[in-house]
Design a protein around this ligand. Structure first.
Ligand SMILES: *[C@@H]1O[C@H](CO)[C@@H](O)[C@H](O)[C@H]1NC(C)=O
Ligand SMILES: *[C@@H]1O[C@H](CO)[C@@H](O)[C@H](O)[C@H]1NC(C)=O
Ligand SMILES: *[C@@H]1O[C@H](CO)[C@@H](O)[C@H](O)[C@H]1NC(C)=O
Ligand SMILES: *[C@@H]1O[C@H](CO)[C@@H](O)[C@H](O)[C@H]1NC(C)=O
Ligand SMILES: *[C@@H]1O[C@H](CO)[C@@H](O)[C@H](O)[C@H]1NC(C)=O
Ligand SMILES: *[C@@H]1O[C@H](CO)[C@@H](O)[C@H](O)[C@H]1NC(C)=O
Ligand SMILES: *[C@@H]1O[C@H](CO)[C@@H](O)[C@H](O)[C@H]1NC(C)=O
Length: 352
């Protein structure tokens, strides 16, 4: 409360308040997500996360790991990536970076507030990991937006739908109902971030049909986010991320021969050989909403067709190549997934 008043006063009299100073009061040395404006409405450039939480936090007790420690270690490593994307944006841009391009003048503040929420997720996930397990620290990250606000805004949509999708899968791994509920609560917030940009930035309908896309194998999506991690930059104490990692080939596609929308032919490209054997049966398995549709996959052309049955312009379609129709097990997936963004349509051909 005190901190909030200081902030309001500072903005009223036009002062820019240096955060570390404000933190020297006992009240805010250890801000709590759900109580502190630092994780909700703070718009300063310095990180809202206290310095003693922006690092690897070793286990402080010995004994068995908590029931969902592994899940929260994976999720915390993912969250360092997502939070850092926004923190880098807050540091790189100013309100006029966006308003000069015609975006609403609230854009910068919204991005700062989303940064705050993601910082709150960091603190929540750290606290969910029990004292018998290590809490992974941040690596260095490169998102390639290169100080360009429009590239940043396009990546923002991709990053939010990516996290919405892996959260639907992570719920299946949780060992406690408290964890399942916390994951849904966090997914709802990521959705709000996506809805904000669909309305305010992209000026499209925010709705994606009756259900967002369930992709059951969360670690396969987490593995995709490793492309933002500067290689060799993670603290040596960090566990492998994600754990376990199937190290599947990534799927790209030839962008100038498809719309990426339902009904369109699409030619896939693989980052390395998925291990196809002549004469084997392979399937492109498309996930949308709570459905999946399998289409035989021809390894002679690597071409398939995005199922025309799916809703147009809604959410995402996730595509895996599998050696069984329906990709019924994690091990049946040979490559992917590829997340085909359907909304806004103009970003469908984005390949981060
Ligand atoms: C960080 O510092 C705060 C304030 O001194 C303290 O309450 C908290 O336990 C510390 N946490 C860690 C992980 O060092
Ligand atoms: C759930 O519990 C099992 C058995 O203790 C453990 O092997 C597994 O890693 C736990 N899952 C997560 C996501 O932490
Ligand atoms: C922001 O935009 C709104 C609506 O366009 C306008 O009413 C408001 O005065 C603007 N605020 C600033 C600080 O420019
Ligand atoms: C990570 O970033 C820090 C701070 O910018 C820098 O000093 C360090 O060299 C970077 N490490 C790697 C491996 O890129
Ligand atoms: C698509 O782009 C590739 C280069 O990336 C080019 O070789 C090919 O001719 C293009 N195809 C069409 C149909 O434009
Ligand atoms: C299809 O993908 C496989 C695996 O990456 C590759 O070896 C093959 O050359 C591709 N075929 C075509 C026609 O692109
Ligand atoms: C795909 O759908 C089929 C048919 O409904 C179902 O049996 C299968 O488990 C689904 N695959 C996954 C990975 O959920």
């Amino acid at each position: 409360m005190l901190f909030h008043n200081i902030l309001s006063l500072a903005s009223f009299i036009g002062l820019s308040l240096a955060l570390p100073k404000a933190r020297s009061s006992n009240l805010d040395s250890n801000p709590v997500p759900g109580e502190s404006p630092l994780f909700a409405t703070y718009t300063g450039k310095p990180t809202p996360i206290p310095a003693n939480y922006t690092r690897v936090i070793p286990a402080t007790a010995s004994g068995p790991a908590g029931p969902d420690d592994l899940l929260f270690q994976n999720l915390l490593s993912a969250e360092w990536i997502i939070y850092s994307f926004y923190q880098q944006g807050v540091e790189a841009f100013s309100p006029s970076s966006f308003s000069d391009l015609g975006y609403p003048n609230s854009t910068y503040d919204r991005i700062a507030e989303i940064r705050d929420n993601e910082a709150g997720h960091i603190r929540i996930f750290q606290d969910e990991i029990s004292s018998t397990s290590l809490k992974p620290g941040p690596c260095n990250y490169s998102f390639g937006f290169d100080n360009d606000p429009e590239t940043f805004l396009a990546l923002q949509v991709y990053i939010e739908v990516n996290s919405m999708a892996f959260l639907t899968g992570l719920v299946r791994e949780s060992n406690t109902t408290d964890t399942s509920s916390a994951l849904v609560a966090v997914a709802e917030v990521e959705t709000r971030h996506n809805v904000w940009s669909l309305i305010d930035i992209w000026d499209v309908s925010p709705f994606a049909g009756p259900a967002d896309t369930v992709y059951p194998y969360a670690n396969q999506i987490l593995a995709l986010t490793n492309s933002f991690v500067v290689s060799g930059s993670c603290p040596s104490e960090n566990p492998e991320y994600p754990y376990p990692n199937q190290n599947l080939p990534e799927i790209g596609f030839v962008t100038n021969t498809t719309t990426g929308h339902p009904g369109s032919k699409i030619q896939l490209e693989f980052s390395n050989d998925p291990g196809f054997t002549e004469g084997g049966d392979y399937y492109a398995v498309f996930f949308h909403g709570v459905l999946n549709i399998s289409v035989p996959f021809d390894i002679k052309t690597n071409e398939t067709v995005v199922p025309g049955e799916f809703d147009k312009g809604a959410g995402i379609i996730a595509l895996a190549v599998a050696d069984e129709a329906g990709a019924p097990t994690e091990n049946s997936v040979l490559a992917g997934p590829l997340l085909l963004l359907q909304q806004p349509e103009k970003l469908t051909l984005l390949e981060p």
